[in-house]
Design a protein around this ligand. Structure first.
Ligand code: GLN
Length: 193
């Protein structure tokens, strides 16, 4: 069975792991750069991007995931992970992976009170996907090489590059596994057995 890593420094790791298992993939909790070895993909989950970023610096995982990515390793950032993936932020400086050519607005939709659900049109999906947004970011601008998959009022909430996917919302908090399937098939190149 293919192994897909979930960065397990903080955030909703268990929910991603359960869906991966359902899709026939072995989830691997990643806390050190060495644990990235042999993974078919890695998920950077939601949580608090400033906290996760600092822990990535101290654990060596900021450099580790960058190397993994630049060697072609598939990465999926959800919510805080979408913030961390960006190359630049409109807000105060914080450690970023910088692997996605985009300017992120952290908490772009407002604070906790502004959590909401919205049915999204997603490029290539056969019907709407319910996005669960929790203090969600969006990409204000994206550069060359970035394909926008979904927008809310002109704000980018899902996008991809060749070996990276980002979502501002939380597919792991719904029963709809289409984004996990999309990541595994279209980004990681894993065919379901
Ligand atoms: N607003 C958070 C951040 O910027 C992300 C929230 C989330 O992951 N649910 O880190």
């Amino acid at each position: 069975r293919p192994k897909v890593g979930i960065l397990a420094l903080q955030g909703d790791v268990r929910e991603h792991a359960e869906i991966l298992r359902r899709l026939g993939v072995e989830p691997v909790e990643v806390r050190t750069a060495g644990e990235l070895e042999g993974l078919a993909g890695v998920i950077v989950p939601g949580g608090e991007s400033t906290t996760i970023g600092k822990m990535m610096v101290s654990s060596g995982l900021l450099d580790g995931i960058r190397s993994y990515f630049y060697r072609g390793g598939p990465v999926w950032g959800t919510c805080a992970g979408m913030v961390l993936a960006a190359s630049a932020t409109t807000g105060p400086r914080q450690p970023l992976l910088g692997v996605m050519n985009a300017l992120v607005e952290r908490n772009g939709f407002g604070r906790q009170v502004h959590s909401f659900e919205k049915d999204l049109e997603v490029e290539g999906f056969d019907g709407p996907f319910t996005g669960v947004f929790i203090r969600a970011p969006f990409y204000e601008d994206v550069g060359p090489g970035v394909e926008v998959l979904s927008e809310v009022d002109g704000r980018v909430v899902a996008a991809r590059g060749e070996n990276i996917l980002v979502t501002a919302f939380h597919p792991e908090l719904t029963d709809d596994t289409r984004f996990h399937e999309y990541f595994l098939k279209e980004v990681c190149g894993i065919e379901r057995s």
